[in-house]
Design a protein around this ligand. Structure first.
Ligand code: GDP
Length: 454
C-alpha cells in the first residue's frame, strides 16, 4: 500500500487561494491532526465530496482559516483518499500548512506523483496524464482546448476505436490459424484489407493532426525574408509589440537574442535570429548565400515581404523562385502608399498573399488567418482529441507502419499468420500509447516533466 503524499497544488505565488493536497491511505487521519472543523466534524468519518470549514494549526498555534475538501477512494483524482486544504493565498501561510502536514505523517510528493497515482490506480490513461501536463503548460486557447479534450478522454476513445478493430481482426485470424478444423467463418481477405485501410487513414489523420498540434503548442520555426527596406523590421516590431503577441527572449551564448516567440492568433511563431534580421535576412546578402537558403529550407513557415510602393526587381523575382513549394505567405507591405508593384505576378506564383501596412498595423489579422490556414491550424478541431507530444506521435507512427505491413502482407498473399504478427505489433504500440502495456522507464519519462503538486 502506498504512503501518503502532500504538496502545494496551486502555483508557487501569492493568490486568492492556496491549496495543499494530501493523498493516500492516511490522508484523512493526517488532515485531522492539522485541521479542526468549526462544527466538530472528524474528517476520517466524513463522507466523500464534503467540504468542512475550520482552522489549520500546527502543534503550537492556529495557522489559518481553511476549507477541507474530502474525497474518498476510489472517487478522487488519484483514486485514493484525498484531502485538499484550501487556505488564504499567502505563500508563507500555505508553506506553513504544508510543513504541518509533512510533520504529521505525510511525505512530500514528487513531481507528477498525484497524476502518476491516478494513472497507476487506473483513473486515467497515460495519454490523459500527458494531457494534464499539457493543460498546465498550454499557451493559447487552441492548445488548452486540445489538452482538455485529450484529458476528457476523447483521444483515448479515438485510440480505443482503432485498437478494438485491430484486436477483433487479430482474434479472428488467430482462431482461424489455430483451429482450422473448427467450423469458423473464413477470413475475407478483401474485407480485411479494406478494414486495415480504414485504420491506416485514421492513424494518418491522427499523426497529421498531432503534428499540427505540435505547431500550436511548441511553435513553428519562422523566417521573415525580403530585400532591404521592404519593412521586415517594422513587421517584426509590429508582431512583437502588438497586444496579441507574447514575446519571450531566450538568451543565447553568442548574442543577446537568438529566438523570439510571438503568438499570432493561435500559432506561436519562433522567429530565429531576430537580433540580426537586417544583416542576415536581406536577400542581397543572403539569397544565394547558403546560410540563408538553409534557413529557408528548415523553416516551417516563411513570411516573404514585398514593397507595394516600388516595382518588383531582380531580388524579388529571385525570392519568388526560392519560395516554390515552401510553406510561405507573401506579405505585400506599405499598402498605405501608392501601389507600383505587379500584384498579378505575385498572385500567379504564390498561393497565399496578404496586404498589410506594417507601419499602420493594418492587415495583421489577415496575416494571422493566412498563417493558420497554411499550417493547417484552421482545419484542426481541438475538441476531437489530438495526440500530444513526441512519444504519442511516435507510438502512432510505429503502429501505422505495422498496420501498413499487415495490409501489404495480405495484399501480396502472405500467410494469415504473417499478417497477424504485424497486427499484434500494431496493437502493442497502441497499448504503449495508452499506457496499458508500458515499461517503467517510459512511465518515469512521462512523469519526470511534471511539476510538484500535480
Ligand atoms: P527592412 O530593411 O526590410 O527591415 O525595412 P524596415 O522595417 O527597416 O523599413 C524600411 C522603411 O520602410 C522604414 O523607413 C519604415 O518606416 C518604412 N516602412 C515600413 N513599413 C511601412 C509601411 O507599412 N508603410 C510605410 N509607408 N512605410 C513603411
Amino acid at each position: 500500500m502506498s504512503d501518503t503524499i502532500a504538496a502545494i497544488a496551486t502555483p508557487q505565488a501569492s493568490g486568492g487561494i492556496g491549496i495543499v493536497r494530501i493523498s493516500g491511505q492516511e490522508a484523512t487521519e493526517i488532515a485531522d491532526r492539522v485541521f479542526t472543523s468549526a462544527s466538530g466534524h472528524i474528517l476520517k468519518n466524513a463522507k466523500g465530496y464534503t467540504a468542512h470549514y475550520g482552522f489549520v494549526h500546527d502543534a503550537e498555534k492556529k495557522i489559518d482559516e481553511a476549507i477541507a475538501l474530502v474525497f474518498k477512494a476510489p472517487k478522487s483524482y488519484t483514486g485514493e483518499d484525498v484531502v485538499e486544504l484550501s487556505c488564504h493565498g499567502g505563500l508563507y501561510v500555505i508553506k506553513c500548512v504544508l510543513r504541518a502536514v509533512l510533520k504529521n505523517g505525510a511525505r512530500m510528493a514528487e513531481a507528477g506523483e498525484f497524476t502518476r497515482r491516478a494513472f497507476e490506480n487506473g483513473r486515467i490513461s497515460l495519454t490523459q496524464a500527458e494531457a494534464v501536463m499539457d493543460i498546465i503548460s498550454a499557451q493559447g486557447e487552441q492548445a488548452a482546448r486540445a489538452a482538455i479534450s485529450a484529458m476528457d478522454g476523447k483521444l483515448a476513445k479515438r485510440i480505443e476505436g482503432i485498437k478494438n478493430k485491430l484486436i477483433r481482426y487479430a482474434a479472428h485470424l488467430s482462431a482461424w490459424a489455430d483451429y482450422p478444423e473448427e467450423d469458423l467463418i473464413p477470413v475475407d481477405t478483401n474485407e480485411l484489407s479494406g478494414n486495415l485501410k480504414e485504420c491506416i487513414s485514421e492513424l494518418e489523420k491522427m499523426i497529421a493532426e498531432g503534428d499540427t498540434g505540435k505547431v500550436i503548442r511548441d511553435g513553428v520555426d519562422t523566417v521573415i525574408i525580403g530585400k532591404p527596406n521592404v519593412g521586415k523590421s517594422t513587421l517584426m516590431n509590429c508582431l512583437v509589440g502588438s497586444e496579441r503577441s507574447i514575446v519571450t527572449h531566450i538568451a543565447g551564448t553568442t548574442r543577446d537574442i537568438v529566438e523570439e516567440r510571438v503568438v499570432v492568433g493561435d500559432v506561436i511563431l519562433k522567429l530565429a535570429d531576430t537580433a540580426g534580421i537586417h544583416s542576415t535576412l536581406d536577400p542581397v546578402e543572403s539569397i544565394g548565400v547558403d546560410r540563408a537558403k538553409e534557413k529557408m529550407n528548415h523553416a516551417g513557415l516563411i513570411i516573404a515581404v514585398f514593397d507595394n510602393s516600388v516595382p518588383l526587381d531582380e531580388n524579388d523575382y529571385k525570392l519568388v523562385e526560392e519560395l516554390k513549394n515552401k510553406n510561405c505567405v507573401a506579405v505585400i507591405n506599405k499598402t498605405d502608399m501608392e501601389g507600383k508593384i505587379d500584384t498579378d505576378f505575385l498572385s500567379n506564383h504564390l498561393k497565399h498573399i496578404v496586404y498589410i501596412s506594417a507601419k499602420n498595423e493594418n492587415g495583421i489579422d489577415e496575416l494571422s488567418k493566412a498563417i493558420a490556414d497554411i499550417l493547417g491550424v484552421a482545419k484542426l478541431n481541438p475538441a476531437d482529441g489530438i495526440l500530444v507530444g513526441e512519444r504519442q506521435i511516435d507510438c502512432c507512427r510505429n503502429c501505422l507502419k505495422m498496420v501498413e505491413d499487415a495490409k501489404n502482407s495480405l495484399d501480396v498473399g502472405f500467410t494469415l499468420d504473417a499478417v497477424n504478427i504485424s497486427i499484434d505489433c500494431a496493437i502493442s504500440y497502441l497499448l504503449e500509447l495508452t499506457g496499458e502495456r508500458v515499461t517503467e522507464a517510459v512511465t518515469d519519462a512521462v512523469f519526470h516533466n511534471f511539476c510538484v503538486g500535480k
